[in-house]
Design a protein around this ligand. Sequence first.
Ligand code: FCB
Length: 465
Amino acid sequence: MSNTKKSSKKHSRTAASFAAPLRKMALGRHFTWGASTSAYQIEGATGPEYGRGPSIWEKYFEDRPHLDHGAVACGHYERMREDVQMMKRMGLTAYRFSIAWPRVMPDGHGRVNEQGLAFYDSLIDELLANGIEPYVTLYHWDLPLALSGENGGWTNRHTCQYFADYAALCVKRYGDRVKNWATFNELEVIVAGYIGDGLAPGLSNPALRVQVGHNLLVAHGLALRAMRAINSEIKIGIVLNLVPVEPANDSKEAALAARSLWERGYAWYLDGLFKARYPDVVLAEAQASGVVFEPGDMALISQSIDMLGVNWYLRLVVDEKGAVVPVPGATVTQMGWEINASALSRMLIGMGKEYKGLLPPIYITENGAAIDDVVGEDGHVHDPVRTTYIYDHLCALEKARRKGLDIRGYFAWSLMDNLEWSLGFAKTFGIVHVDRSTLKRTVKDSGRWYAHMIARDRGLKAPKF
Ligand code: FCB
């Protein structure tokens, strides 16, 4: 293991050695305890022998050969059963994963790949047989390449209908077993791939911002309608990454700047979904960039949903001019993201007020920290910072719940170390370590703590780790 370092301390397997307490949390009796991944970040098996079509990420990495890519990733496609056993040992009650659109529909529409469809059948069956509830995300950024390029990807409304057809295919196939669905993962980050070049397709055209975001919401609305027409029993939601923006000082200007950035970057999706209207700052931008809204769009977008997934990692702090400023003395992760769990409860409590009576049940669908991990001589990964991070964020959820927020579940990001997109394998978020040369999985201390925590919360016997 390249990152193995000598550790003189003998590893103790007793609960007392954990970096965070183990206790029954005030999160409700039926709280969902999960972990998340996404297809391209873990599956591998991208070659033609698997019948999968290329996604925009193959092209992105082909154009940037110096970067890590996902051809092997964590080898999950081949190790799926072993991975499910690991989740079972950890006591997870749910697993959130994504279906790769190009694996099941290689061209994005029309032809299907039976081998790909069968892979998700086996994954779903394996999870259910082991008492783990599948939470499926339909789109975690891997657009079929055939729909991108000249076909415009998410700038083209045709893609919205293709997405709804793909969603319908998945519900037809898996809806008898999968009860919980999300259409999209993180609209703001999908948009980032059009206005910048750090994510696929890397178009670097800021004028596309509102049009792409709006099209994604339209695609969500079309998919919702198509999925419900096939199966009215399933629960459907969407996952947003929400980054609260807080003022650096007490001035009115900083408060206004913070509000404006929050509306422009994040709240506009919430407003579209729950208020059927975008904030003025976004409408002005839409007008300036010639965005096309069609009649009926807002009604389509604001159909009621059964759950809201919130991916939460950080807050931003801005000065009077709206510039993001560093927080003095802040502790940051490998990503440079400030660790500040209290900002999560503040954000949720604020949302509870602003969208009073409008929000569906909330699930924290991603939360976690990239930390420089070290594999000890004892073969274990001692990651007290990640353990404390997860515990502090669970406490933040307890606080928001006490204020009346309906929070139903928590999914750690990520189940395992994986490809952090263009940043490669060096950014490690997993509660399970993955050795890059052997792909061997080792549950980190944070994962062991999480497993004990789940057992304690559910009144079950402590797991054997
Ligand atoms: C989120 C993504 C996820 C992972 C984490 C760190 O934005 O949904 O795939 O990259 O960040």
